[in-house]
Design a protein around this ligand. Structure first.
Ligand SMILES: Nc1ncnc2c1ncn2[C@@H]1O[C@H](COP(=O)(O)OP(=O)(O)OP(=O)(O)O)[C@@H](O)[C@H]1O
Ligand SMILES: NC(=O)c1ccc[n+]([C@@H]2O[C@H](COP(=O)(O)O)[C@@H](O)[C@H]2O)c1
Length: 172
């Protein structure tokens, strides 16, 4: 069976990693769809689609997760949710199951006739990207504990946390 796991991954964190490990033990193939693919350089979506795919690959490699059974691609948001799932189908190889904890994605997938698999929540209070972006904005380095080390290094290398603080400034 082939499962699709959509997410914005802004940034990729240890909760996402745990979901992917769980999915690879359960399904033959996994499609990781980087959503809101056109968006970057905003407070909600600071990283580009390519940066996000690279973060995921670096994180998986660090944890010795074999990603030969994983397909990665970005898609853009659509005008309507109904169109979003149809757009996903247009970009993707066929899939059997949609994996998400996001109520909007779950509802879209069910309405389009897909089986939905809800991932277990892995320390959701700690591992959530909103919290990580907030810590970056506050210049609080403790976010380093919430992402793979390779992802932390990559974000520092591209000055991703500085980018987020720059974007959040009011007019000069
Ligand atoms: N700690 C976690 N455990 C299990 N699933 C998670 C966890 N964090 C995120 N997910 C799931 O991963 C998918 C992609 O999530 P997303 O990239 O939005 O991360 P997020 O941490 O929810 O980010 P944000 O706070 O920016 O919305 C969603 O289906 C979400 O429910
Ligand atoms: N109307 C739409 O374009 C639509 C609907 C449902 C989900 N999505 C996208 O799916 C992705 C879901 O990922 P998250 O669970 O990380 O929010 C996001 O990029 C979200 O924007 C878009």
């Amino acid at each position: 069976m082939r499962a699709v796991f959509p997410g914005r991954f802004q940034p990729f964190h240890l909760g996402h990693l745990a979901v992917i490990e769980w999915l690879l033990s359960k399904y033959d193939e996994l499609i990781i769809v980087v959503g809101s693919g056109k968006d970057s350089h905003t407070i909600y979506n600071p990283f580009t689609a390519g940066e996000r795919i690279l973060m995921i690959k670096k994180g998986l490699k660090e944890f010795n997760v074999d990603f030969t059974r994983v397909i990665f691609f970005p898609i853009m948001d659509s005008f309507t949710s109904g169109l979003w799932i149809r757009n996903l189908e247009l970009y993707s190889p066929k899939f059997d199951v949609v994996v998400s904890g996001n109520p909007l994605v779950i509802s879209n997938a069910r309405e389009a006739g897909y089986i939905v698999d809800l991932p277990p929540m892995f320390n959701r209070e700690m591992y959530n990207a909103t919290k990580i972006r907030k810590l970056m904005l506050e210049n609080n380095e403790s976010w380093s504990e919430l992402v793979p080390k390779s992802v932390y290094s990559f974000i520092k290398e591209i000055k991703g946390d500085e980018r987020l603080r720059d974007i959040a400034r009011s007019d000069y």
